[in-house]
Design a protein around this ligand. Structure first.
Ligand code: KG4
Ligand code: ZN
Length: 320
């Protein structure tokens, strides 16, 4: 049994995954409500909340899996990238638990964690495949050749796709986090109502900042009542532009790698239009698209573990 712990952003998560990749439990305590009033994650607030939640969440994950700490053979924990204060809470908790039990610790890269969602039972995906990782913090095109890592083929030059959704939602007066809200509202809108530019950047990179500005101008041109009337059309058109950009880049990346399989992971993989547009791609299961610890425990199966006390000096890293 592997215990996974994830605290890189605003979700406090713990999970138990067995050696065959079965998810025995996955507990996610979201802090979204806490940060909503600020329109985004406040790092210091996130760290403090992680501190309160990490022990009860680990306890709940063990309980849900009907196991005790005695049954845990190693602990996987997110080391980075993410908010450094938030990461340190999970990393310190994992070190303490592992040290107290004489267990090995596996430091896990959060992005590899998202990809490792695809290696979970009951239907694990075997590399090689071309993968789009689209979350609130990152948007990457990856060539995945084995389960231990990946090669980065392209990435966003400015905002991440999830960030574009969140900023767009804010401009439309929707709640935070905005991706799911735009997704919901877009179903009632006309995606062709507004024409938003999809930035053309060289290679396999992406850019979303121009799109956000285009939405800002479109919203500015409308009166409050017009905005109310057209909000769903704006959401649908904006979402269409993001989805088009992502799909275009994933297909271009696949053409370059020659891989057959396409895969999509990360919070934005929950988007219904992206899922229906890429009918031939493998998506992370819906509950495991956004941050969770099952993906971290999954990645820990393919990363080197460190015996005690070797991990006590490990530090978190904030960026890729
Ligand atoms: O992977 P994740 O939980 O966190 C990071 O590692 O960043 O991704 C969160 C992002 C947020 O930006 C959120 O708005 C977006 O995923 N998201 C969505 C949807 N559900 C979550 N974006 C579009 N459509 C959705 N249904
Ligand atoms: Zn994430």
């Amino acid at each position: 049994m592997i215990l996974g712990i994830e605290t890189s952003c605003d979700e406090t998560a713990a999970a138990v995954v067995d050696d065959d990749g079965n998810v025995r439990s996955s507990v996610v305590a979201s802090q979204a409500d806490l940060h909503a009033r600020y329109g985004g994650v406040v790092p210091e607030v996130a760290s403090r909340r992680h501190l309160e939640l990490v022990v009860p969440v680990v306890r709940a994950a063990l309980e849900d899996a009907s196991i005790g700490l005695d049954d845990v053979r190693r602990i996987g924990v997110t080391q980075g990238p993410g908010l450094v204060g938030a990461l340190l809470v999970g990393l310190s908790a994992a070190k303490a638990l592992a040290w107290a039990r004489g267990l090995p610790l596996v430091p896990v890269d959060h992005l590899r964690g998202h990809v490792a969602t695809l290696y979970l039972a009951p239907d694990p995906l075997d590399p090689p495949f071309t993968c789009l990782l689209a979350s609130g913090g990152h948007t990457l095109l990856l060539a995945v050749r084995d389960r231990t890592g990946f090669e980065v083929l392209g990435s966003t030059l400015d905002d991440a796709a999830g960030e574009a959704f969140d900023k767009g939602a804010r401009l439309l007066g929707l709640g935070y986090p905005g991706g799911a809200e735009i997704d919901r509202l877009a179903r009632d809108g006309d995606p062709a109502a507004f024409s938003f530019p999809v930035a053309r950047v060289p290679g396999l990179d992406l850019s979303f900042s121009g799109l956000k500005t285009a939405l800002l101008y479109a919203v500015r041109d409308l009166s409050a009542s017009e905005l109310d009337e057209r909000r769903a059309d704006l959401a649908a058109s904006y979402q269409r532009a993001i989805v088009r950009a992502l799909v275009g880049r994933l297909r271009a990346a696949a053409a370059e790698t020659g891989d057959l399989a396409l895969a999509v992971v990360g919070g934005v993989a929950a988007n219904s239009e992206l899922r229906s547009t890429l009918a031939d791609a493998r998506f992370a299961p819906l509950p495991l698209c956004t941050d969770n610890a099952a993906m971290i425990a999954s990645a820990a199966r393919y990363a080197p573990s460190i015996e005690p006390p070797g991990y006590l000096g490990l530090d978190a890293y904030p960026s890729v």
